[in-house]
Ligand binder design. Structure first.
Ligand code: ADP
Ligand code: ADP
Length: 233
């Protein structure tokens, strides 16, 4: 439990007569309590790895176990439910809807769902936790990059996921906003027990996680537990 396991996972993208091997026989086991960074050069397969773990796409071969459940065989409807139950995504481009307020953006994933909690209260609580209580009615264009990313984090959390998958969430932020966003993710891991998998190009941030998985040409070339990391569970 509380474990994501990749068993011999490969992903090919077909193209014009050439096939890109984005991932090649990757074996990994990722623990929820261990704040995990994924690093590697551009085009090495990091985003592909995250999209397979998050069931946005399926591997060409191999199996992915998500907390013991094999997700690679699920049909699309079950995958959508699985994502809603388990996963929050954040991206480098914040992907906020420009015509909705901060509050509405956070509530957005709940609009199409029957859920038994008060959507607005839940969203407000998260904006507050992100230090954005007074920005609830602001449009994304009225917010700084760091504030927009915090809205996106609140949105990723609104449906109570167990894991946050973050693809370069600080890639568009200045160093001060990066630190705020990174510290929020770290706190979610250490205090609230959310699993975090963070793709980053920033070596200073990677160093502050518990584990660094380095990808190159679709394979894991190094996998390091950091010295003062604390393994939970
Ligand atoms: P990274 O996140 O490390 O930059 P990606 O996972 O985005 O790497 O890409 C890995 C390789 O797969 C790259 O060569 C990229 O061009 C290719 N790739 C990624 N997504 C697709 C796609 N949807 N179709 C075709 N090729 C893709
Ligand atoms: P990142 O900034 O995380 O590295 P990219 O900018 O490489 O992401 O890719 C963004 C999106 O484009 C992803 O969904 C990826 O799958 C897709 N993509 C990346 N490379 C290709 C490619 N060569 N052909 C088609 N889609 C691609």
């Amino acid at each position: 439990k509380d474990l994501i396991v990749l068993d011999n996972v490969s992903k090919d993208y077909p193209g014009d007569g050439v096939i890109t091997k984005a991932l090649d026989s990757v074996n990994l086991s990722i623990e929820k309590g261990v704040f995990t960074a994924v690093i590697g050069p551009s085009g090495s397969g990091k985003s592909t790895l995250l999209s397979l773990i998050g069931a946005l796409d399926k591997p060409t071969s191999g199996k992915i176990y998500f907390e013991r459940e094999v997700i690679t065989n699920l049909n699309n409807r079950k995958l959508a439910n699985f994502r809603f139950e388990k996963i929050g995504f954040i991206f480098q481009q914040f992907h906020l809807l420009p015509t909705l307020t901060a509050l509405e953006n956070v509530m957005c994933p709940l609009f199409t769902r029957k859920v038994d909690y008060h959507k607005k209260e839940r969203a407000m609580e998260l904006l507050d936790e992100m230090g954005l209580k007074d920005k609830q009615n602001a449009l994304p264009s009225q917010l700084s990059g760091g504030q927009q990313q915090r809205v996106a984090i609140a949105r990723a959390l609104v449906h109570h996921p167990d894991w946050i998958l973050a693809d370069e969430p600080t890639g568009n932020l200045d160093s001060e906003s990066s630190k705020i966003v990174f510290d929020l993710l770290k706190r979610l891991n250490k205090e609230q027990g959310l699993g975090i998998i963070l793709i980053t190009h920033d070596p200073d941030l990677a160093k502050q996680t518990d584990r660094i998985i380095e990808i190159k040409d679709g394979t894991v070339i190094s996998d390091t537990m950091q010295r003062d990391s604390k393994i939970v569970g």
